[in-house]
Design a protein around this ligand. Structure first.
Ligand SMILES: *[C@@H]1O[C@H](CO)[C@@H](O)[C@H](O)[C@H]1NC(C)=O
Ligand SMILES: *[C@@H]1O[C@H](CO)[C@@H](O)[C@H](O)[C@H]1NC(C)=O
Ligand SMILES: *[C@@H]1O[C@H](CO)[C@@H](O)[C@H](O)[C@H]1NC(C)=O
Ligand SMILES: *[C@@H]1O[C@H](CO)[C@@H](O)[C@H](O)[C@H]1NC(C)=O
Ligand SMILES: *[C@@H]1O[C@H](CO)[C@@H](O)[C@H](O)[C@H]1NC(C)=O
Ligand SMILES: *[C@@H]1O[C@H](CO)[C@@H](O)[C@H](O)[C@H]1NC(C)=O
Length: 929
């Protein structure tokens, strides 16, 4: 390979040797390339590059959704095709490509929007390398997305995740790379921001000149200082070193300037991302000596290093720098005082660094793929199976799957394929899934016998009822130690006999009879949770709300009189496919309804984010909380409607749902169900806390519920909804103490390009405010994470986030708790009322998560998904410990709660943390509520 040390150990090569080498390389290099032209009719070879292109028939044979796109670039008309992915059942589409394990690759997706651009609403989707998102594509632009990653398997998945409208793809290119980008440990994925051939005014340079088919684009005019001089040399002779250089054609052109070269990129992603910058220098002037041309590199006004290209005995040099930036890069090369000549620059690459996420455990992936293949044999056109692409659990679980995280990787815990119109035999491999707790294959047309159960299975619930299975329940069922529910009735040809050696004492079974109500899905307090949010949930919620409200509207008399109209109502449901997110109904109440329900606003229960909250009762007896927007915070009709659309679509078991609204006489009123168990704040240190201490396991499960609710928001419909006011008083508990996050009054979609900054003035509550958001006004989901970290500290310590009654150094909970945590002295911050009543390791898990959440720099904070995983683990540890201790107790052992254990956490990586938290330095940040 060009420039690799094998070739270059012998010193200087002549020009002719160099040329020969280049030719030799290109002949052999196309190996390992995968080039896919979506919707192409046949495989073909591109005459300008000699690259062989394949159709995507292997993945998507259907040509119905192909769109021909004509583009005019300069004087040539380009005709390309784009595949539009439009199944109503899937949210993710993937191309599974064969790779070599542990090899670095470049992958490039080309998204030609063509006429799609003209649609009134743009299409938005995420581009994923396996489960790591590297970019968001918006149909208002043509886009090329390139990522660099290292494989962990002998295949990889390139996926598109729907956010708004149908995703599309024109071309996909996979190229093996030499490993100089990802260094030795590759826990990151790089996203190409720019790869620029400085001084080139012609066309882009790629394969065969670049053996890895990196595309070196000519420099856009607006990027550099205008008075720089272009320099080009025809013949170049490189004095080699071991670094990998851009192709000769790229080094042949450069820009020089007697004083300084300035490259300004205003188009970097907003948000504090880390970047790798590679700058390539090659001395064009053979008469220049070491010391003649010396310059400094500045990034965003910070000096990085001094460069003298010739100082190491070579005439070329690669400088590799890291920097953090938010939107803008100013790369300046400035001559030093003693230098004769000004700087030169030949090429540079800007790569954004993103952490590589880990997918589902390989074992589960292999099994579920086998299950899928097995099921597909008899169910070729099954829409659910056809929507199973890429990773089974991430970023959203496949339809029918539920996952949890164990030791940092996702596993499948539940498979519910009931009512999926499946036939054929039950795939025997299903039961091999080591973490599968619930399996529901009921209400299909499965035939054949029930496969044997492996003894390792931890299945707790099995439903095979309403199929056409035959034979007996296998003897091996008796080996399922944890099985508590079993249904196999309504299988005409199946014996009702259960294995003789089965322990029936704790088993709830239908005994194979067919008179039991359908779908008895008892999930008995199974704490291993499910990151819901997949289509399945939305569809189910949609159906539920539809039936529920339709019934209400039709049967309730007085209450809805004159106003019995539902918003976005759908009146005919042909199939499950037709129900989309938007179809969830909310009621439109009249002002009179509201006044009756609240008895003329009799009981004020809170002052919320945008006005007052009153308690009320609907005519059907349902208790509600009615939020009346104050006159000062009311918004226009359009905004209110937009907000209603958003709020009505957000449905999750851990979010307080919107029941209805009233918009009359300029009054904007929202109606929510009343949460009988009050707020977390009240339970931690309010009135309710004085009556009864909230125990640690309950605190933990409330935190987990709230985290799940926020995760749903952050991944809502693929697009991120940011709560903006996460705090313990916004975490409510229903009658079963299940946490529900409330008050999306401030919620906003994460800002995207083109959003005006003015609409996003800093909101939030003192004590919970993310210092980075406060200082930059740049809102991201990580601001919610910070606030959630404060909530975690509250459940640990039972203290309020800000209390100026305390000694000065204890005003801010965050600032007070941090040093104790860093010194592993958590006992001193734990709420005295739960002392000794927690498992130390569970507590530590929560403390560690909290500490990461409140990192000053958002980039170091975990995502809500990570937090959910950690809290799930903590709760499992805590519950197992309580079970264990209870059993010890019943054996007469002494009842100890806390198993003391010291865990030393390493200091967190905060290299440049500034101690100026706005929470402290400015005691009263704007307090909108
Ligand atoms: C493409 O391949 C053909 C035959 O192998 C060869 O004649 C031609 O020069 C090649 N073109 C390029 C651009 O490499
Ligand atoms: C096109 O190329 C792909 C991948 O190289 C191959 O699998 C497929 O069989 C080819 N199709 C035809 C019609 O030659
Ligand atoms: C396009 O065509 C016009 C006139 O035919 C010509 O002047 C111009 O140079 C062409 N541009 C390119 C990029 O070929
Ligand atoms: C870019 O950085 C250089 C060096 O720090 C500085 O002199 C120059 O003003 C900056 N340019 C812009 C547009 O900010
Ligand atoms: C991808 O394809 C390979 C082989 O072609 C197969 O073994 C693997 O299971 C597939 N994986 C996924 C996630 O589709
Ligand atoms: C199943 O049979 C057991 C005894 O064999 C009985 O106790 C149980 O009530 C039966 N369950 C149902 C649902 O009929």
């Amino acid at each position: 390979m060009m420039g690799s040390s094998d070739y270059w150990t012998r010193g200087v090569f002549t020009r002719s040797t160099l040329c020969i080498l280049i030719v030799l390389q290109t002949a052999a290099a196309q190996q390992g390339f995968s080039s896919i032209q979506c919707c192409a009719d046949t495989n073909f070879t591109d005459s300008t590059t000699n690259i062989s292109w394949a159709t995507d028939d292997n993945w998507y044979p259907d040509k119905l959704t192909c769109q021909g796109i004509t583009q005019h670039i300069d004087n040539t008309t380009l005709s390309v095709k784009t595949r539009v992915f439009n199944s109503s059942f899937a949210t993710k589409w993937c191309y599974n490509l064969t790779t070599r394990k542990d090899q670095d690759y470049l992958i490039r997706g080309t998204f030609r929007a063509g006429d799609l651009q003209k649609a009134p609403q743009s299409r938005i989707f995420d581009v994923l390398i396996d489960v790591t998102s590297i970019a968001q594509v918006n149909s208002s632009d043509d886009a090329v997305v390139e990522g660099i990653f290292r494989t962990t398997m002998d295949y990889m998945n390139f996926c598109l995740l729907k956010e708004q409208g149908d995703p599309y793809l024109s071309k996909l290119e996979l190229r093996p790379l030499s490993s100089n980008y990802l260094k030795e440990k590759a826990s990151t994925v790089l996203k190409l921001t720019h790869r620029i051939d400085v001084g080139n005014t012609g066309t882009a340079i790629r394969y065969p000149y670049d053996p890895y088919d990196k595309i070196w684009r000519p420099q856009p005019d607006d990027v550099h200082s205008t008075d720089a001089t272009e320099s080009s040399v025809l013949n170049i002779s490189i004095i080699p070193t071991s670094t990998v250089l851009p192709p000769t054609q790229v080094l042949q052109t450069a820009l020089t300037h007697p004083e300084r070269l300035e490259f300004l990129h205003n188009d970097l992603d907003t948000g504090y991302y880390t970047y790798n910058l590679y700058i390539y220098f090659f001395e064009h002037n053979e008469s220049v000596q070491a010391g003649d041309r010396v310059f400094n590199i500045y990034i965003n006004n910070e000096k990085q290093q001094e460069v003298d290209i010739l100082s190491a005995g070579s005439n070329q040099r690669t400088v590799d720098l890291n920097f953090k930036a938010n939107g803008v890069l100013n790369l300046t090369l400035a001559k030093t005082n003693g230098s004769q000549l000004g700087p030169i620059c030949n090429a540079y690459e800007i790569l954004q660094v993103r952490p590589q996420l880990h997918g589902t455990t390989q074992e589960d992936v292999n099994i579920i793929m086998d299950v899928k293949d097995n099921l597909l044999v008899e169910n070729q056109d099954n829409k659910v199976l056809r929507s199973w692409y890429g990773d089974p659990c991430l970023p959203l679980p496949w339809n029918g799957l539920f996952c949890t995280s164990i030791d940092g990787s996702s596993v499948i815990t539940k498979l519910n394929l009931s009512y999926k119109n499946l036939q054929g035999s039950l795939p025997p491999s299903i039961l091999k899934m080591r973490h599968l707790r619930e399996l529901n294959m009921s209400n299909n047309r499965f035939t054949g016998v029930v496969p044997a159960f492996p003894a390792s299975s931890i299945l707790t619930s099995l439903d095979l009822s309403h199929n056409n299975l035959k034979g007996k329940v296998p003897e091996s069922l008796a080996s399922l130690q944890q099985l508590t529910t079993l249904s196999f009735g309504c299988n005409q040809h199946m014996s009702r006999e259960l294995p003789g050696n089965l322990n029936r004492s704790k088993l709830d079974t239908d005994n194979g009879t067919c008179n039991r109500r359908r779908s008895s899905n008892t999930s008995k307090g199974i704490i291993i949770g499910t990151v819901t949010g997949g289509i399945l949930f939305v569809v189910v919620a949609g159906v539920f709300c539809y039936c529920f409200y339709k019934k209400k509207v039709m049967t309730r008399g007085k209450f809805d009189r004159g106003n019995s109209m539902t918003k976005n109502a759908i009146y005919s449901i042909r199939s499950m496919d037709d129900i989309s997110i938007r179809s969830i109904n909310i009621l439109n109440f009249s002002l009179e309804n509201i006044e009756t329900a609240t008895q003329q606003y009799k009981t004020l229960i809170g002052e919320g984010g945008f006005g007052s909250v009153y308690r009320g009762t609907l005519t059907d007896g349902q208790e509600v909380a009615v939020k009346v927007r104050s006159a000062t915070s009311t918004q226009g009709t359009r905004e209110f409607n937009n907000e209603l659309n958003l709020l009505s679509a957000i449905r999750h078991e851990n979010l307080v749902p919107l029941l209805g609204y009233c918009y009359e006489k300029d009054q904007q009123i929202l109606v929510y169900p009343f949460m009988s168990n009050g707020s977390l704040q009240d339970r931690l240190y309010g009135e309710a806390a004085r009556r009864k201490t909230l125990d640690w396991p309950t605190r933990l499960s409330i935190a987990l519920g709230a985290a799940r609710g926020l995760t749903y928001l952050h991944t809502f419909s693929g697009r991120c909804v940011i709560h903006r006011d996460v705090k313990s008083s916004n975490i409510l508990m229903d009658q079963s103490m299940s946490a529900k996050v409330a008050d999306f009054g401030f919620s906003k979609y994460a800002p995207q390009e083109g959003d005006s900054a003015a609409s996003l003035e800093v909101r939030g509550t003192a004590g919970y405010l993310d210092p980075e958001y406060y200082s930059t006004q740049h809102l991201t989901a990580k601001s919610d994470v910070f606030s959630f970290g404060v909530v975690l500290l509250e459940i640990i310590s039972g203290r309020e986030p800000l209390n100026v009654q305390r000694p000065r150094n204890e005003w801010s909970l965050v600032e007070w708790a941090k040093p104790y945590i860093r010194n592993s002295r958590i006992d001193e911050i734990v709420d005295p009322s739960i002392k000794g009543a927690y498992h130390a390791e569970a507590m530590w898990r929560v403390v560690e998560v909290a500490l990461h959440c409140i990192e000053t720099f958002s980039a170091y904070r975990p995502s809500m998904v990570d937090i959910v995983r950690e809290l799930e683990d903590a709760l499992i540890i805590e519950n197992n410990a309580s079970e264990y201790l209870k059993s010890m107790d019943s054996l007469g052992g002494s009842y100890r709660f806390s198993i003391e254990r010291t865990i030393i956490i390493p200091p967190t990586p905060t290299p440049t943390e500034t101690e100026t938290s706005p929470i402290l330095s400015q005691p009263a940040p704007p307090q909108p509520r």
